[in-house]
Design a binder for this molecule. Structure first.
Ligand SMILES: [Zn+2]
Length: 375
């Protein structure tokens, strides 16, 4: 039986070759990288990352040219970014597109940085590069590099914000290669930023400015209004008006902002005045008064900034979702995992409650983030 397999293998290899593009052979290439004539900073980064990795991989130099210098109807071209070859469509945020197209390769996507993530996905999933850590990268040696003609990948991440709170994962270039989008430089597409993140109640209403004249804007604890290790009285309407005014002023100073944080201070001390207590008791969670206040802020924000989300924390005493109150569609709840164990699964003993809270919030809120550190 054995010898009869041989021709079959040869045939399979032949078929693979017939249906593949040869990007490099014997450490040489005739392929070129093509950028739009007016390439953006990110498109240039994407082309550089691609050419550097391909050279390490194949030993061949892949030159980069402008689209105007590419031969019309030419082949063996890798189009990076928003070139005339890139399919025109309404790309979702951070969406990528990887496609072989009649002898050319297209690496494109959402205008912000889709092409950069397309390059990273191509290098990782198609070619076999592995960025294990910021200091440890595996680049296979492929003096002959074949890419299947049928290659076609289109993907938009389900998570809008992806940031790793781990020192080794923070360096910008590594984070971008991991498809993170927090804390990365403009040439990698810039960060998904939340204005005033986080624990921002006192950033808007600092007690040294407001407490003496308005003690009732702050928490009532054991029958006394206080601001040390306290929060805001979230049912106080005058406080809410001033908070809205200051949130809107902050947004006017940050015209590019897409998210703004309005969240509790980093300690307990929520308000237990009769009005707050009645709502929180009825909602069986201190998130009751929080959502009520957030909805008022978000309604005002929406009138002037319809694209902005008001982000807040479901954290410690507000982690449990309210019983009936739903956040408005332009409110973004960030569930904080500080009590969780990262070495246990979600149904592990330390994480079960968190999983239940996450499920509860997912029924109420249109937008959810998960964030924070763990024990
Ligand atoms: Zn209160």
């Amino acid at each position: 039986m054995k010898p009869s397999f041989l021709p079959l293998f040869c045939l399979l290899f032949l078929l693979t070759d017939l249906h593949s593009a040869e990007l490099a052979r014997d450490g040489a290439t005739r392929w070129k990288i093509v950028l739009p004539d007016e390439a953006t900073m990110v498109e240039k980064t994407a082309a550089r990352e691609l050419s550097e990795h391909l050279e390490l991989l194949t030993g061949a130099e892949f030159p980069t040219i402008a689209e105007k210098d590419a031969p019309a109807g030419g082949k063996s071209l890798i189009f990076v970014g928003n070139t005339a070859k890139a399919p025109k469509k309404d790309y979702k945020f951070d969406e990528i597109l990887i496609k072989m197209d009649r002898g050319n390769l297209i690496l494109a996507g959402h205008k912000k940085r889709g092409c950069l993530y397309a390059v990273y996905s191509f290098l990782q999933d198609v070619v076999g590069v592995r960025w294990w850590t910021p200091d440890d990268t595996f680049i296979p040696k492929k003096p002959r590099l074949l890419v299947a003609d049928s290659l076609s990948v289109s993907y938009a991440p389900q998570m809008v914000s992806r940031e790793m709170y781990h020192r080794d994962a923070q360096p910008g270039v590594f984070s971008a290669r991991m498809k993170g989008n927090g804390g990365i430089a403009p040439e990698y597409g810039g960060a998904v930023r939340i204005i005033n993140f986080a624990h921002s109640f006192y950033k808007y209403l600092p007690p040294e400015k407001y407490f003496d004249a308005h003690p009732e804007w702050y928490s009532e604890i054991n029958g006394k209004r206080k601001h040390e290790h306290a929060q805001l009285c979230l049912t106080n309407e005058e406080m809410t008006r001033e908070l809205i005014k200051n949130v809107l002023e902050t947004l006017r100073k940050n015209p590019d902002a897409k998210m703004i944080d309005v969240s509790q201070n980093d300690w307990h001390g929520c308000c237990t005045c009769a009005k707050c207590k009645a709502i929180d008791d009825a909602e069986e969670s201190h998130a009751g008064t929080l959502v009520l206040m957030l909805n008022k802020v978000a309604e005002a924000v929406e009138k002037e900034f319809p694209d902005v989300l008001v982000e807040s924390l479901a954290y410690q005493y507000t982690r449990k979702p309210p019983k009936t109150l739903k956040p408005r569609d332009n409110v973004l709840i960030r569930l904080c995992t500080i009590e969780c164990s990262y070495i246990q699964p979600l149904d592990g003993p330390q994480n079960r409650k968190f999983a239940a809270d996450m499920e509860g919030w997912s029924k109420l809120a249109k937008h959810l983030f998960i964030g924070g550190d763990s024990q």
